[in-house]
Structures are given as C-alpha cells and as structure tokens.
Design a protein around this ligand. Structure first.
Ligand code: FEO
Length: 169
C-alpha cells in the first residue's frame, strides 16, 4: 500500500507527464505551421511517449492500492522563436522533469518505500536517455544555425521517428 505522501507525489507526477504530453503536442502544431513536418512528427511521438509515462504512474498508483486523482493541467505555450528555440525549451523542460523524478526518488527513500524506489529506477534511466537525445538535437541545430538545407535534412531525419511502447514496461 502506498503511503499518503507517496500517493500524492505520484499523482503530481501523473499531472506533470500529462502536461509534458500537452506541451509537445503544442510544439508539434507549431512546427507543423512552420512547414517542418519531420519536427512536428518528432514532437507528436514525444507527446505519445509522455502519455505512456503518465499511464505508467497512473497504473502503478492503483497497483499499490492507491487512487489516481486527476488534476488541472496548465495550458502550455503556443509560440516559440523557431526550431532551435523549441528544442532548447524541450531540453529545459526535460531537465526540470529529471529534477522532479530525482525528488520523487529521494522521497521514496525517506518514506522507506523500497518498491517505489525500484519502480522509479526506470524513469531515472529514461531521463538520462531523453536529455541526451534532446541535447544532441540542440547541438545539431546550433551547428546548422537553425536554417537552410541542414534544417531540411534534419527535418527528414526527424520524420522517421516512431513510438513503440517498451514491451516489458
Ligand atoms: Fe516523461 Fe520526457 O519525461
């Protein structure tokens, strides 16, 4: 059974993961309007991945005998200053989420919630991967100056992204 503290903290994280999905959907639409269909696809796949994260927390709360309580989700921004700015904001957001996951992991230790600690390990590794992927894209965008033929080539690369939920997750 989850402690009330852990139940509240996991519920807050469901909200954050849903907000992340909402943010990336907004970014997808923005990129689509710029004519960058590949960027829009990448963001759309990222939104699906965040929804998967939210559901992973949601299911876990109930698996531990808790109750998933839906909370209001803030409206994300809808305008950015071009493709580089968008990805810089993604990186900023993912760093924020990493901080939230680490705070949750600290809380699980404080609460002596060993099962919760194991559950959170997957998210700790996932955040390392997410930050590395986005940092690489920010680096590439800075190299090409966020425009021209390089941008179109990157757009083509990003159009190939698909989201497949991990089999054992
Ligand atoms: Fe759910 Fe991008 O972290």
């Amino acid at each position: 059974m989850l402690s009330q503290t852990m139940e509240k903290a996991f519920n807050d994280q469901v909200k954050w993961e849903l907000y992340s999905s909402y943010l990336y959907l907004s970014m997808s639409s923005y990129c689509n309007n710029l004519g960058l269909a590949g960027f829009a696809n990448w963001m759309r796949m990222q939104a699906q991945e965040e929804l998967f994260h939210a559901m992973k927390f949601y299911d876990y709360i109930m698996e531990r005998g808790g109750r998933a309580i839906m909370q209001p989700i803030d409206a994300p921004p809808s305008e950015w200053g071009g493709p580089l700015d968008v990805f810089e904001k993604v990186l900023e957001h993912e760093k924020h989420v990493t901080g939230l996951i680490h705070t949750l992991a600290d809380l699980a230790l404080d609460e002596r919630d060993h099962a919760g600690s194991i559950f959170l390990q997957w998210f700790i590794s996932e955040q390392v991967e997410e930050e590395a992927t986005v940092a690489d894209l920010v680096h590439k965008l800075r190299l090409i100056g966020g425009e021209g033929q390089g941008l179109l080539m990157l757009d083509k690369e990003l159009s190939a992204r698909v989201f497949t939920p991990p089999a054992q997750a």
